[in-house]
Design a binder for this molecule. Structure first.
Ligand code: ATP
Ligand code: NMN
Length: 177
């Protein structure tokens, strides 16, 4: 039995992330997804709470024919013990999946196998770009799973993001506050 672990901020979870979870589900028996920066919310870079992201992930992963687990992981101020922090919070796993260079390095230094993949349609499938489109009133729904668009609608997420961006000024899209 193998278990795979995939962490991201998922602000919001998009179709590039879904390509990753589909691939992981093909390769392992059980999938663990870590919601990174779990304590962050209500900023332009991190608009959604851990609970809201858990709703997105749980509904999307329900579509997989696999046992899945979603675990919120708060940031800590020491990279050197971050993998141990994850291991203390998540079900045990055999392999980690990431395309984030720092994350890859930290897992590898901890002796954990890491699998990377190509970036899928990175021109469009990038959280910051999707958030910008939401703020600017451009079409963004086709870039995320339907379940994610439903959650954002339910929580009035578009209104929140636009209001935060407005409060932060015109160039707020790439900055955290
Ligand atoms: N289009 C994509 N194809 C494959 N992997 C992706 C894609 N976008 C993000 N990832 C990977 O998914 C993980 C989580 O990414 P993350 O939540 O930071 O998304 P992001 O699109 O890079 O968001 P942001 O622009 O907000 O930083 C990382 O390992 C990241 O490299
Ligand atoms: N020291 C730490 O807390 C630490 C180190 C590396 C990554 N992370 C987190 O892991 C997640 C990685 O996800 P992304 O690939 O989406 O950036 C982020 O939430 C990031 O903050 C945290």
């Amino acid at each position: 039995m193998t278990r795979g672990f995939y962490i991201g901020r998922f602000q919001p979870f998009h179709d590039g992330h879904r390509e990753m979870t589909d691939r992981i589900a093909e390769e392992v028996d059980e999938v663990v997804v870590g919601i990174g920066s779990a304590g962050a919310s209500h900023t332009v870079r991190n608009p959604f709470t851990a609970g809201e992201r858990i709703m997105m992930l749980t509904r999307v992963l329900d579509e997989l024919d696999k046992q899945t687990y979603v675990v919120p992981i708060e940031d800590i101020d020491r990279n050197s013990v971050w993998v141990g922090h994850i291991q203390s919070m998540a079900p045990a796993f055999d392999v980690a999946y990431s395309n984030n260079p720092l994350v890859v390095r930290l897992f590898e230094e901890a002796g954990i196998e890491v699998r990377q993949s190509e970036m899928y349609n990175r021109g469009d499938l990038k959280g910051s770009r999707i958030r910008s489109r939401m703020i600017e009133g451009k079409e963004w729904e086709p870039l995320v799973p339907d379940a994610v668009a439903d959650v954002i609608d339910e929580i009035d997420g578009l209104e929140r993001l636009r209001r935060i961006a407005g409060d932060d000024g015109d160039d707020a899209t790439e900055n955290d506050h």
